[in-house]
Design a protein around this ligand. Structure first.
Ligand SMILES: Cc1cc2nc3c(=O)[nH]c(=O)nc-3n(C[C@H](O)[C@H](O)[C@H](O)COP(=O)(O)O)c2cc1C
Ligand code: SF4
Length: 403
């Protein structure tokens, strides 16, 4: 059963949401050398769409070059970032784009097996995706000697996610796939050398994989003509909150927040949270910032808050999320997020001093450098950005006159 809510609405179809003939890019890829595919990907300047923006050609080149008895490709479909729902839309509407992307990736890096790590709540799409995989096996797009390519054997399994936000972090995901508790590993070693079962592994976001077939069909250079110099191509944005037209939008990187707000029918906007709970909260005075890796990056989540929203309440919500989702392995994140939440609650009760809030800001900066994984490294972002950019609202209305 597919949820019938506004977040299933697709706006602006340009590339990813254009028609795609299943298997077409794969057929082209299998007539190319691995080096040619890597060359096209490099020319496209494709950066990972999962949030960190690591160049896909480099990741695949590292796995291709790594030594291992087995190699793996994992599609990260955990989609746990609050406010993100574009991977769900891609998997339901364009499954063969994602699956072809995985097979092309497998051919390029030399993987024999692939896994889709599917968010637990997306269990309703499992049977549908299994049917798609069965269809591909029938058409010899999966299995042995794929499309007659002697020695290219590859298949895909679906594994349900364990239900924690941190399991989307690639090393925690790998632990979870191996049957362990989903906790991030120390890095290095990186998954490209020591990943699933200790073998070279590439973990890629759903959208990253879905982009690869289009790049091969249109050519890397052509793809790189969209977007900006450092953020090539288009991006899927999951837009939610106070606007008339929430849903998934495909837009070129580099669009300003103002332009996006106009498109989605947002009025009286006070703040836009870019990049999910761990992103930054942009105030009205900075709506000319661009959505791009070089300015305001995002894995896709855009949350819009209008003038009626209480920004301290918004911040409290995010900090409660991080306290809940910290895996607890390292102290800066486990204790730090609790301390930041306590600070927000003190402001709410009007029972704080500015000197203590400044100590908490120092703690937030320490968490960013001392935490083991991206969760603790980025969870202080909303604390720092909301207290700074909405200080008049928060401190003038909630001030106890403290020092
Ligand atoms: C706490 C946390 C949660 C994450 N969740 C996801 C996720 O749900 N989906 C995803 O693709 N990447 C997620 N990531 C990023 C992955 O670790 C990894 O960078 C990404 O899957 C790599 O794919 P890409 O190179 O295609 O972007 C998360 C990272 C962190 C720190
Ligand atoms: S930063 Fe947080 S989520 Fe990441 S390993 Fe440390 S405690 Fe776990």
């Amino acid at each position: 059963m597919i949820p019938n809510d506004v977040t299933n609405t697709i706006h602006d179809s340009s590339l990813l949401f254009s028609s795609y003939e299943a298997g077409s890019a794969l057929k082209k890829a299998l007539n190319m050398t691995r080096e040619d595919i890597l060359f096209e990907l490099k020319a496209s300047k494709l950066k990972g769409r999962g949030g960190a923006g690591f160049p896909t050609s480099t990741k695949w080149m590292l796995v291709a070059a790594a030594k291992g008895d087995d190699k793996f490709i994992i599609c990260n479909a955990d989609e746990g970032e609050p406010g993100t729902f574009k991977d769900r839309v891609l998997l339901m509407n364009y499954p063969f784009l994602v699956l072809d992307g995985m097979v092309i990736g497998a051919y390029t890096v030399g993987a024999q097996h692939g896994y889709i790590y599917l968010r637990g709540e997306y269990v309703y799409m499992r049977d549908y995706l299994e049917d798609c995989l069965a269809e591909m096996r029938e058409d010899n797009l999966l299995g042995d000697n794929i499309l007659g390519k002697e020695g290219f054997n590859f298949d895909i399994s679906i594994v349900m996610g364990a239900g924690a936000y941190v399991c989307g972090e690639e090393t925690a995901l790998i632990e979870s796939l191996e049957g362990q508790r989903g906790e991030p590993r120390n890095r290095p070693p990186y998954p490209v050398n020591t990943g699933l079962c200790g073998q070279p592994t590439t973990v890629n976001n759903v959208e990253t994989l879905a982009t690869v077939p289009h790049i091969l069909l249109m050519g890397g250079e052509e793809y790189a003509k969209r977007g900006t110099a450092s953020s090539a191509g288009s991006k899927l944005f999951s837009v939610s909150g106070d606007c008339d037209k929430p849903g998934v939008y495909e837009l070129p990187w580099g669009i300003t927040i103002n332009e996006l707000l106009e498109k989605v029918g947002a009025r009286d906007t006070k703040a836009v949270q870019v990049g999910g709970a761990s992103g930054v909260c942009v105030p009205k005075s900075k709506f000319n910032r661009t959505l791009s890796f070089e300015d305001a990056p995002t894995g896709g989540s855009i949350m819009i808050f209008n003038e009626s929203r209480d920004m301290l309440h918004v911040l409290k919500n995010f900090m409660e999320f991080f306290v809940e989702e910290s895996c607890g392995q390292c102290t800066p994140c486990r204790i730090g997020n609790q301390k930041l939440l306590e600070g927000v609650e003190m402001i709410e009760r009007k029972d704080y001093t500015f000197s203590y809030i400044n100590d908490l800001k120092d703690l937030a900066h320490t968490m960013k450098v001392a935490s083991k994984c991206g969760l603790g490294q980025s969870s202080p972002n909303p604390f720092l950005s909301i207290l700074e950019d909405f200080k008049d609202e928060i401190f003038l209305t909630k001030c106890n006159g403290g020092v």
